[in-house]
Design a protein. Structure first.
Length: 260
């Protein structure tokens, strides 16, 4: 007999899905801390489950942007050439340690807290960051842009593999800095397209390590998919600035709770 779907997980998936649809911020920034702090899910299981959750939900976004021709596959390839190898190395590291060791759980929570602080900082100080670094980045040679893109992909690969956070707001911020000539539609599309193979590779790696709860994943998807549709519908009707500030404050509080 199959275990029943947990309605609390379905409700959590729905709420997170609405917020993702409203703000565009990846579910990992919201879902993983929720699973760890509210439901007491082991950090490794929360990360592994959320990675597959992200791969599935962002696949639909990639199809949409693909049909709209709003994906720069060259940029996606550059990011992936850095992120996928670092994902493999991070998973190999996790395979050689005892994931039930409290130290491993603390490492995941610390990485998650740092990633949430970075995401909150991007939400609040995005315009200042762009103003400060845009002139320097515009002076870089094309070869340097490629190397920086690969390097940022590598950093995102480590963050995502350890915390499931980083492929959304942080990835988009990097692309805005490095490719100011790209439209926002192509920035978002390329960021989402890169997130799919990254989260899928990391998620399958965590499944191989035994860090995936399939019933939990199903429950989250049942709630989040209609939530994302609802949030996307109301996206243009809610002030973007207010939403981002509320989300940034929430992420900061959660990050402090994880780190203290």
């Amino acid at each position: 007999m199959l275990d029943p779907i947990d309605p609390l997980y379905v409700l959590s998936g729905f709420v997170v899905g609405v917020l993702v649809g409203l703000t565009g911020i990846g579910g990992g920034s919201l879902m993983t801390p929720l699973l760890i702090l509210v439901f007491g899910v082991h950090p490794a299981t929360a990360v592994g489950t959320d990675l597959l959750y992200a791969a599935i939900t962002k696949s639909g976004g990639t199809l949409f942007h693909g049909f709209a021709r709003s994906i720069d596959w060259r940029v996606v390839g550059r990011l992936a050439s850095g992120s996928i190898p670092m994902t493999v190395l991070t998973l190999l590291f996790l395979s050689r340690v005892d994931r039930d060791d409290p130290g491993v759980g603390d490492l995941i929570k610390t990485t998650l807290g740092i990633a949430l602080f970075l995401t909150a900082g991007v939400l609040v100080f995005r315009q200042r960051i762009l103003a400060h670094y845009s002139a320097r980045v515009s002076a870089l040679k094309p070869q340097s842009i490629v190397l920086y893109t690969v390097a940022m992909g590598a950093l995102i690969g480590v963050l995502v593999s350890l915390s499931s956070v980083g492929a959304g707001a942080i990835g988009a911020m990097c692309l805005v800095l490095l490719y100011p000539q790209m439209t926002m539609a192509r920035i978002v599309g390329s960021d989402i397209a890169h997130a799919v193979p990254l989260t899928l590779a990391a998620g399958m790696g965590h499944w191989w390590l035994g860090s995936t709860d399939w019933l939990l994943l199903t429950s989250l998807l049942v709630g989040s998919l209609p939530g994302i549709l609802l949030g996307s519908y109301f996206c243009s009707r809610v002030p973007d600035g207010a939403l981002r500030m509320i989300l940034a404050v929430t992420l900061t509080i959660v990050a402090m709770r994880l780190l203290i």
